[in-house]
Design a protein around this ligand. Structure first.
Ligand SMILES: [Zn+2]
Length: 237
């Protein structure tokens, strides 16, 4: 199934997230897995990517070699070590692989620039989402023209973190239950966007928890599992 942020349609773009169904990979990667990192075969992953390509009717699926960094690149047609990329090219699905981490999607609706970010706690700590905004501002984007979507990711109730991780974040993003600490990825990401002038009205959190919703791959729930895919592209017309 596809989860879509319909706001992008009016700007000739689509922002979509696939759940784990509809692909060819066997257990435990069943079935629309897009990563070989956990042991699924390249052949299966390639088939799944072809399925995604034809369902979206895009020319190209762009991917990153995600490394939990704050590195951002302009997409140039090759796979790079980074966790954020942007383009103004049409028909290129700027995709993020995720299984609890948060895919964050951006569009400057006036200049028609799109961007995608992969943010787990490291990305949130490094404020990679904020760094994408800064990049867009350099290109002349205005904060009021930028819309942002937080795709499916692990929610705070399910996201227990170690003390050293919790202490990296402002306490307003941490909930404590006894000895346990829980991080709100979405709140820390949204806060970093507001810091750089984004209007809260332009930010949409899909509020789908990958850990609770078994239609999605979840690393925390299953350890050995696949990766979901989501992202954004500019329509070709
Ligand atoms: Zn949850």
């Amino acid at each position: 199934m596809i989860y879509e942020d319909e706001r992008f349609r009016q700007f000739d773009a689509r922002c979509v997230f696939f759940d784990r169904n509809g692909g060819v990979s066997p257990k435990p990667f069943d079935s629309l897995n897009v990563s070989v990192s956990a042991g699924d075969s390249l052949e299966n992953v390639k088939k799944n990517i072809e399925i995604i390509k034809s369902r979206l009717n895009v020319a190209e699926i762009a991917m990153l070699n995600q490394i939990h960094s704050d590195k951002i690149v302009e997409y140039k047609g090759t796979v790079t070590d980074a966790d954020g990329f942007f383009t103004d090219k049409k028909g290129v699905f700027l995709s993020i692989k995720f299984a609890d981490c948060c895919p964050v999607i951006f569009m400057d609706v006036k200049n028609k620039i799109i961007a995608s970010v992969h943010s787990g706690w490291r990305g949130a700590y490094l404020k990679i989402s904020q760094k994408i905004l800064e990049k867009l501002y350099i290109f002349g984007s205005k904060s009021e023209d930028i819309i942002v979507t937080l795709g499916p990711h692990i929610c705070q109730n399910c996201y227990e973190v170690k003390d050293d991780v919790a202490s990296d974040f402002d306490e307003k993003f941490i909930k404590t239950k006894g000895n346990q600490k829980f991080l709100s990825l979405s709140e820390s990401i949204i806060d970093s966007l507001l810091e750089k002038g984004l209007n809260i009205k332009n930010i949409y959190d899909m509020q789908i928890c990958t850990y609770e919703n078994e239609e999605f791959f979840s690393y925390r729930r299953n350890k050995l599992t696949g990766r979901n895919i989501g992202g954004v592209f500019l329509l070709d017309n």
